[in-house]
Design a protein around this ligand. Structure first.
Ligand SMILES: Nc1ncnc2c1ncn2[C@@H]1O[C@H](COP(=O)(O)OP(=O)(O)OP(=O)(O)O)[C@@H](O)[C@H]1O
Ligand SMILES: [Mg+2]
Length: 626
């Protein structure tokens, strides 16, 4: 008996058909990845499985006595007073039994005599059930899972509403995992999560005994967790056996086969039509009619649907050379808030300057204060200490992590019209570039899919030239082609960008600078994520090695590899690193900036040295057999 059986399932919103006669089944422990463009119906499918959206046709059957748990794409803060209480109530069955036990204990303490044996019996029964559900171990399990998702004891005492985006996601995951369901429905589970949490989740899902439907745009994640892939496109589902890599290959193959079939058929049709045209009035008219009948009955091969691509272009308006300048900031929330101790949350930001044209990626674990830092620069969060000076001519646009500035009760069109006052025709043509075609412009924001909402937010950025973009996790919800398109658009953009992201590829592709927010402070670096990570590993290794033997970074490996130049790779690495450090020190000195030519020269030298360092590392890793 399969865990779920979906048969000829159709879904409609009003007159729009979202899924057409979808059929598949999932075995116990099977993990199915669900992929497809934004708006292709992935979330709708999960909602149909969870019973939230009634099917327009067909059926969904869950195996008897199996339990289902659902992680929605968009989350609200939990209803309980604290994160811990919220997590504890994940298992309502255990909590109910617990209450009954307490009630019975009270009653037994108060009653004596004849009523007592009855109470004791009942208590025994309830206790038996409670034990069966592992009720006594439940609290420690809750604590364990909360720790697992990286919510510290201080976080657990907070009100759920005080959590950052990523922390909220972690709590939702903890709640889901505590339910110990047989079927997990996960809608973009990695959104908002930092790298560490994603890896933890991967491991967790891989050892779990539950069957799963996992909607995701994260290729790496899918590759690691999904056994098979279901792709949704234009209302139709296509099943691909095997993991994500296999899917990519198979999809390519199937599409090219289908394209060839289509072309062959088109050719046949053209030839036949030509024959009919030529002979329909002549001697061979009978044959021509016969061919016409055959042609009429021919089942037409449809060509593979084209993957549609959004087109984004971001134009920059001119700004002053100086964007931001500050002698240092202290940010804090007075009430206890993200990841602080009981004393509240705080962040120290050293002195910094942001100049026109820089692209700064802000990275750091969930709850470390990335969004708060952006808000301080936006002027929405008043620093406890220090000030930020904004350049004399800076126009700025902000892309909110939760897209809160979109009005759910407007249509796509009015949302844009009300801000930009452009004629409807102009806007509708423009919306076509973002794949809102025809009546899509009249859809309500509240009924849009996650990725469609993001596209509206991108539309607003496009319509409004600004010299500075502040983007908080802009790739969340976007499908892969749209993510790549955004990457390109940002690279073409001539202005300044400050953005928060957990996506390594995206960061590496877009950023020139990196701000790392961690343990209550911010450190600032030139270069992208990979550069920084290598440097950090390099710093961490000798420190560990000092306790042991020589300078060898990994004590067990024979790492001192001689090169033709005589110096070991390791020595060369140290030299280049020292050089990079010297360059950075000079770049950190504000006097350097009096001479733009020198800054350019130093940046070039920095880039060159970083490249050299990268190849030295590769050499070193190879030699070490890593
Ligand atoms: N309540 C609703 N009313 C009307 N249309 C809706 C509603 N919910 C979703 N839709 C539409 O149905 C289509 C499928 O939406 P769904 O949320 O399932 O997409 P998705 O594949 O999950 O997309 P994404 O990757 O962006 O999350 C979209 O075009 C969306 O606009
Ligand atoms: Mg969705």
């Amino acid at each position: 008996m399969p865990l779920v059986r979906v048969e000829r399932l159709s879904l409609m919103y009003g007159a729009d058909l979202v899924l057409r006669e979808l059929t598949f089944q999932l075995e116990p422990r099977q993990r199915l990845g669900i992929v497809g463009a934004n708006g292709s119906g992935k979330t709708s499918l999960l909602k149909a499985l969870s019973g939230e959206v009634p099917p327009a046709g067909g059926s969904v059957a869950l195996a008897a006595r199996s339990r289902l748990a659902y992680l929605p794409q968009e989350l609200e803060a939990g209803p309980h007073e604290s994160v811990y209480a919220d997590a504890l109530h994940s298992r309502s069955d255990i909590m109910e039994l617990r209450q009954r036990l307490e009630g019975l204990e009270d009653a037994m303490a108060r009653t004596g005599g004849e009523a007592l044996p009855g109470l004791v019996d009942e208590y025994g029964d309830v206790q038996h059930e409670y034990e069966r559900l592992d009720g006594y171990a439940y609290d420690s399990r809750v604590a364990e899972v909360l720790h697992g998702v990286g919510l510290s004891e201080a976080d657990q005492a907070l009100a759920p509403s005080a959590l950052s985006g990523g922390q909220r996601r972690r709590l939702a995951l903890a709640r889901l995992l505590l339910q110990e369901a047989d079927l997990l429905l996960l809608d973009e589970p990695t959104n908002h999560l930092d790298l560490e949490a994603i890896e933890w989740l991967e491991d967790f899902l891989r050892v779990s005994h539950a069957g799963m439907l996992i909607v995701s745009h994260d290729r790496r994640f899918l590759e690691r967790v999904a056994d098979d892939i279901l792709e949704l496109q234009a209302g139709v589902g296509e099943w691909y056996p095997g993991n994500y890599r296999q899917y990519v290959r198979l999809r390519q193959e199937r599409r090219s086969v289908r394209q060839k079939e289509y072309e062959a058929q088109q050719e046949y049709i053209a030839r036949t039509e030509e024959f009919i045209r030529r002979y329909k009035a002549g001697q061979r008219a009978r044959e021509a009619r016969g061919r016409q009948t055959k042609l009429d009955r021919l089942e037409r091969v449809v060509p593979p649907a084209e993957d549609q691509q959004i087109r984004i272009r971001l134009r920059a308006s001119a700004t002053s050379e100086l964007i931001y300048q500050s002698d240092g900031l202290t940010l804090a929330y007075k009430s206890p808030s993200p990841s602080g101790g009981g004393q509240g949350w705080g962040l120290n930001v050293p002195a910094f300057t942001v100049s026109a044209g820089e692209r700064i990626a802000i990275v750091g674990p969930n709850g470390s204060g990335k969004t708060s830092l952006l808000k301080a620069l936006l002027g929405e969060l008043r620093p406890l200490k220090g000030r930020v000076k904004t350049g004399p001519r800076v126009t700025m646009r902000y892309y909110d992590q939760h897209l809160a500035d979109l009005d759910p009760n407007k249509t796509v069109l009015t949302e844009l019209q009300d801000v930009f006052g452009l004629p409807e025709e102009t806007l509708r043509t423009f919306l076509g570039r973002l794949l809102f075609s025809g009546d899509d412009a009249f859809k309500m924001i509240r009924s849009l899919s996650g990725g469609e909402k993001s596209r509206v937010a991108l539309a607003k950025l496009m319509l409004d030239d600004a010299g500075l973009l502040m983007l908080d996790e802009p790739t969340n919800h976007l499908d892969i082609p749209a993510q790549e398109m955004l990457e390109d658009a940002l690279n073409d953009y001539q202005g300044t960008i400050l953005f928060v992201s957990h996506d390594r590829y995206f960061i590496d592709d877009v950023s020139t600078h990196l701000w790392v927010v961690e343990d209550g402070s911010v450190s600032m670096h030139l270069g992208n994520y990979s550069d920084w990570e290598r440097r950090r590993q390099r710093i961490a290794r000798p420190a560990a090695a000092n306790e042991g033997r020589s300078r060898s970074p990994r004590p067990a490996s024979p790492l001192r590899v001689a090169t033709p130049a005589g110096a070991s790779v390791e020595d060369q690495i140290q030299d280049v690193e020292a050089e990079i450090h010297r360059i950075e020190e000079r770049l950190a000195d504000h006097q350097t900036y009096d001479d733009p030519a020198q800054v350019a020269e130093l940046s070039r030298a920095h880039e060159e040295a970083s490249l050299r360092l990268r190849s030295l590392y590769q050499e070193w890793e190879q030699a070490a057999g890593l």
